[in-house]
Design a protein around this ligand. Structure first.
Ligand SMILES: CC(C)(COP(=O)(O)OP(=O)(O)OC[C@H]1O[C@@H](n2cnc3c(N)ncnc32)[C@H](O)[C@@H]1OP(=O)(O)O)[C@@H](O)C(=O)NCCC(=O)NCCS
Length: 162
């Protein structure tokens, strides 16, 4: 992972509270055995950022975290407070990361989170095939098999499946 950090925040701390408020959208939607509370424990984001995040930023009520893993940039978290969604905050953060990134960007999200899949598709991401998804999740993430089953991976630029 790259050590380069770009903080675009005006606040001193990454707002884990935004994550947990926005992650309420998953309650009752993602498989029950994958839900936990709080969705993100207090210090988890700090530990991720310390471990080599290349981008984290937030504007108003949204935040996004990206990390470089070998030859790709992964979007680890993208969350906007429920009352502030669909006003372009997530799109602005994603656009900023896209401009900073020189690599293919990948995001893994819950297959049931159709709103998130729409969001990424609007920003030039396309879903990869199920077979490619499993390979990518095993290559770039550390996730249990159960999470592979219940996730999708989207890529920007799209992956050539041929
Ligand atoms: C996904 C998320 C980060 C998008 O941020 P945002 O600021 O709302 O997104 P933007 O305003 O830039 O883009 C809006 C587009 O995203 C999609 N979208 C976002 N929220 C949506 C919702 N609640 N329902 C339906 N579509 C939604 C739509 O395509 C929407 O376009 P439209 O309003 O013209 O239909 C935000 O909705 C969120 O935090 N959701 C809950 C947590 C989550 O799913 N995070 C993704 C983890 S990988």
């Amino acid at each position: 992972m790259s050590a380069q950090v770009c903080s675009c925040s005006s606040r001193p701390e990454p707002p884990v509270a935004i994550v947990n408020a926005a992650a309420e959208a998953y309650r009752g939607v993602i498989p029950a055995d994958r839900w936990h509370e709080p969705y993100m424990p207090g210090d988890e984001l700090d530990r991720e950022i310390a471990a080599g995040v290349v981008f984290w930023g937030h504007e108003e009520d949204g935040m996004l975290v990206g990390v470089t893993v070998r030859d790709v940039d992964l979007i680890r978290h993208a969350y906007v407070l429920p009352g502030s969604q669909r006003r372009g905050i997530g799109g602005a953060l994603l656009g900023r990361l896209r401009r900073l990134s020189t690599r293919r960007m990948l995001v893994g999200t819950w297959a049931a989170a159709d709103w998130a899949i729409r969001f990424y598709r609007r920003h030039g991401f396309e879903s990869v095939s199920p077979a490619r998804k499993a390979v990518l999740l095993k290559t770039y993430w550390r996730v249990p098999d159960r999470q592979i089953e219940t996730s999708v991976v989207l890529a920007n630029p799209p992956v050539d499946e041929a």
